[in-house]
Design a protein around this ligand. Structure first.
Ligand code: UD1
Length: 340
């Protein structure tokens, strides 16, 4: 199948492009390189042995989108392209709503007009806010979003569901709620390469380990957890990428879905603390990571990990790779990636 991957040069997008190709699909990438580099395509080409088609442009530009949909016969869409910095979204709410919501509306419109059969939306565990139960099942309530970024994920899920209901079987869809993606392709040829200072733990940690930054700050060690640091469900990006393939396979199949536009948690089901993650990195790489403990980061929650049974059962997908494997792969990638 020909699959349009918006944000296909980004961290999760680029790994999904590879898994799509390995599964026999033809990925078509759209990216505006606002938080990625064109050199990602070289890495993808080295892994696959060929360069997937790239359309450089912005998903909020309907003229550009029309030209892509008219040129390609798209069977399915995985829509990654979005802004994702929580703090920035509080400073620039309109930019976040315009970009994340505007692009989703335009791409769904294109999907309906061009006979696209399957649509996968990138949602986030952020929709659960500070959860009342752990591990978190999909039936847990969505909490009022604490940032425009988080709100775009909730609104996005709703827009997708309403559109899918209206399409009455011609378009099938699902939203995947990602937990914390980390790691890199085991080849070391592609990985996470945020522009500027990383917001997320693992890219910051690997940059400190590489000597590109002086110290890692652990945001709080007074949480009510065994070692006082926050707990997250860190999932290898290759596992996460494969969850998209499993989702598309079911959407393209004749299999009846139990819900219209279901949501699925994509996590391992296991929580790992920030301190455990640093210790695991030190163990697998043999590098001591200089870190200090700072205050809690505003907006952070104590613990967040998935109950992944729904996706395990309904889509037959299960995370296979360990946090240790993910950190080894992230480190291999860091050593190959340009210093910034
Ligand atoms: C963050 C976002 C989330 C988004 C996800 C993916 C926030 C509050 N949440 O998740 O909405 O979907 O990224 O982009 O920004 N930590 C440190 N030091 C650091 C960086 C992080 O101690 O330098 C800690 C954090 O306090 C947290 C854990 O590491 O306990 C994971 O942080 P991070 O990688 O930023 O992910 P989340 O905050 O879980």
């Amino acid at each position: 199948m020909k699959i349009l991957v918006t944000g296909g040069a980004g961290f999760i997008g680029s790994h999904t492009v590879i898994e799509l190709a390995l599964a026999g699909h033809t990925p078509i990438i759209i990216d505006n390189f606002s938080n990625s580099r064109p050199s990602v395509l070289d890495g993808i080409e080295s892994v696959l042995g060929y360069r997937p088609t790239l359309h450089t442009g912005d998903c909020t530009n309907p003229v550009f989108l029309t030209s892509v949909f008219e040129r390609e016969h798209i069977d399915g869409i995985i829509h990654f392209a979005a802004l994702k910095a929580v703090g920035e979204s509080l400073e620039q709410p309109l930019r976040y709503y315009r970009n994340n919501i505007g692009s989703l509306i335009d791409i769904l419109d294109m999907a309906l007009h061009h006979g696209v059969r399957a649509f996968v939306f990138s949602s986030s565990a952020t929709v659960y806010g500070d959860p009342e139960t752990l591990p978190i099942p999909e039936t847990a309530p969505r909490k009022p979003a604490t940032s425009p970024y988080g709100n775009t994920k909730q609104i996005g899920e709703d827009i997708l569901r309403d559109t899918t209901i209206m399409a009455n079987g011609t378009l099938r869809s699902a939203a995947l709620r990602y937990f914390n993606p980390i790691g890199a392709h085991p080849s070391g040829l592609i990985g996470e390469l945020p522009l500027g200072t990383p917001n997320n733990l693992v890219p910051y940690l690997t940059q400190v380990a590489a000597g590109n930054r002086s110290t890692l700050t652990v945001f709080g060690n007074d949480y009510p957890t065994p070692d006082g640091t926050g707990i997250r469900d860190f999932i290898h990006v290759v596992d996460l990428a494969q969850a998209h393939i499993a989702t598309l396979e079911v959407l393209f199949s004749e299999k009846r879905l139990l819900e219209t536009s279901p949501v699925y948690n994509v996590g391992t089901g296991t929580g790992t603390s920030v301190k455990e993650l640093i210790e695991t990195f030190e163990r697998v790489t043999g590098i001591t990571v200089p870190y200090t403990v700072g205050p809690r980061r505003s907006g952070d929650i104590t613990s967040c990990y998935a109950d992944p049974q729904k996706i395990n059962k309904e889509l037959g997908w299960k995370a296979k790779l360990s946090v240790a494997q993910a950190l080894e792969d992230a480190w291999r990638w860091q050593q190959n990636s340009p210093k910034q």
